[in-house]
Design a binder for this molecule. Structure first.
Ligand code: ZN
Length: 129
């Protein structure tokens, strides 16, 4: 996701000229943090693959919106959280918990097993028409 590659074809999802990144989002994979910003664990989708993505992915068929982004910055991970059990066997106590990079030396990091990256999207514009 750091290279802004399309989740369907693997080519760049960055628009030549504007530098904006094409992204298909649903409520299930997006959390707004401002009027034009938010976090997601979904990778971008290039404009040429939007139709295929919508046809092939059942989750995207449920209210997907196409956006372009000015920037996407690493924000943290979704992780499963473990703590030592009685015999030091790891015990799961949190599933798909957002662990931000800027949380400092939080206790979550010690027992976190990351499952996917989360990026913070900035300068979001809905694509209409
Ligand atoms: Zn593509």
């Amino acid at each position: 996701m750091d290279a802004m590659r399309c989740q369907v074809c693997g080519h760049s999802a960055v628009e030549v000229g504007s530098g904006r990144v094409s992204w298909l989002l649903t409520k299930a994979v997006f959390e707004a943090t401002g009027a034009d910003s938010g976090r997601t664990n979904a990778p971008p989708t290039c404009p040429g693959c939007v139709d295929d993505a919508l046809k092939q992915c059942p989750m995207l068929q449920d209210n997907a919106t196409l956006f372009t982004m000015a920037a996407a910055m690493p924000a943290g991970v979704l992780a499963d959280l473990y703590r030592p059990g009685r015999d030091l066997t790891p015990v799961l106590y949190g599933h798909n918990v957002f662990v931000p990079w800027n949380s400092g030396p939080a206790a979550h990091h010690r027992g976190a097993l990351a499952t996917c990256q989360v990026v913070h999207l900035h300068g979001m514009r809905a694509v209409t028409g």
